[in-house]
Design a protein around this ligand. Structure first.
Ligand code: SAM
Ligand code: SF4
Length: 363
């Protein structure tokens, strides 16, 4: 290990240069030292309990056209679907029985009244059938303040909206002209102001993204004072404008995975007491990617509750794993994976981040 690395790994507060040095690690022994340090910080600040957020992929209908996403409006090869109220409630009932603390309702973006009312009703019903026990996270893109207010009043208390990259110029290259970086940042601010536990995140390994961009992403997470981070590798989807944007992606996919894991580790070291998800995109590259994420500092997993018949319809990127595993199989497999690395599952708990709970106490 380089002698210069040891003092960096002992620091409580990293500089931008330290972060870049850590993200650029190439040597396996140095990388292991980074993951060990991140795990130590995780144990100290959030413990080794993993919290489940059951993921309901509500619909792949989207008004947006992000260049990286498999369900973008312009992809005509996708069969569009939307789950019925009963199908969502069925998934929520499974989450109650399996004692998942929370569910995440995620979807392509829509801002029409029908959609807004549908979500409002769904949130209320999920609360009702779970006796208020299930925490509800929404991940439904950019909405007006009035809509966010309505959904909060209906019972949603967390919102996941990735910034995708904190570099405004890079953001512009990944989206059509009618998508706005500033509007996305403003949406995050609004959510925070309304009292949501805000989650954000980025894709790691985007075309044109530098290590300095990733370091700035971590600074952005800190500045926005978020409670949770969900981030994972960018994985090309064959039917999108970015399908071939990273030449040789497949041959080098292990490197992409390792960089994403280093990003999780450095984020844990720098932000300490927030929740960090070990995302499915990690598992799309390596079968054990999500366990690797937990060992690099993540503490949240989002098991998929969507009925298998819809999973091919919600393919954001190629090689999405567990396409044919129903929710029961998913639950059993995950518990096995988690206990195999010596961690436990926080069954029946919301698992709010200590960061959010501490901030609440101070208000
Ligand atoms: N439509 C909402 C939004 O964009 O916030 C929520 C659903 S969207 C599909 C959820 C996330 O999928 C996005 O924030 C993006 O980071 C991720 N995603 C989309 N395409 C991806 C890709 N090719 N590789 C990795 N992640 C991708
Ligand atoms: Fe739609 Fe979200 Fe995909 Fe963008 S990332 S196209 S908003 S589903």
């Amino acid at each position: 290990m380089r002698p210069a690395l040891d003092p960096i790994l002992k620091k409580d507060e990293l500089t931008r240069d330290d972060i870049i040095t850590l993200l650029d690690i190439d040597d396996p022994a140095e990388e292991s030292a980074l993951f060990e340090r991140a795990y130590e910080v995780k144990q100290r600040h959030v413990g080794t309990k993993v919290y489940f957020r059951g993921l309901i992929e509500l619909s792949n209908i989207c008004v947006k056209n992000c260049f990286y996403c498999g369900i973008r409006r312009g992809n005509r090869a996708v069969d569009r679907y939307a789950l019925s109220e009963e199908e969502v409630l069925e998934a929520a009932r499974f989450a109650v029985t399996a004692r998942y603390g929370s569910v995440v309702i995620q979807s392509g973006e829509r801002q029409d009244d029908e959609f807004i009312c549908y979500i409002e009703r769904l949130v209320g019903k999920v609360k009702e059938i779970s006796d208020g026990k299930l925490g509800i996270t929404l991940s439904l893109g950019e909405q007006s303040e009035a809509t966010y207010r309505r959904w909060y009043a209906a019972g949603a208390h967390r919102y996941l909206l990735r910034i995708e990259t904190s570099n405004a110029a890079l953001y512009k290259t990944l989206h059509p002209d009618d998508h706005s970086f500033e509007a996305r940042v403003e949406a995050l601010r609004t959510l925070y102001r309304l009292g949501y536990q805000v989650g954000t995140g980025v894709m790691i390994g985007l075309p044109g993204q530098t290590t300095a961009d990733l370091a700035d992403d971590i600074a952005f997470f800190k500045k926005m004072d978020v409670a949770m981070i969900g981030m994972g590798p960018f994985i090309p989807h064959h039917d999108t404008p970015l399908a071939d944007a990273i030449p040789g992606w497949r041959e080098h996919k292990e490197l992409h995975l390792r960089r994403a894991l280093r990003m999780i580790a450095v984020t844990r070291i720098q932000l300490r007491d927030i929740n960090i998800a070990s995302t499915t995109a990690l598992q799309a590259i390596d079968e054990t990617g999500r366990e690797m994420g937990l060992l690099a500092g993540a503490n949240i997993i989002m098991p998929n509750l969507t009925d298998t018949q819809y999973r091919t319809g919600y393919q954001l990127y190629d090689d999405k794993p567990c396409m044919d595993e129903n929710a029961t199989m998913c639950a059993a497999c995950l518990e096995r994976r988690i206990t195999s690395i010596g961690e436990t599952v926080g069954y029946g708990e919301w698992g709010d981040s200590p960061h959010f709970l501490n901030a609440k106490k101070q208000h």
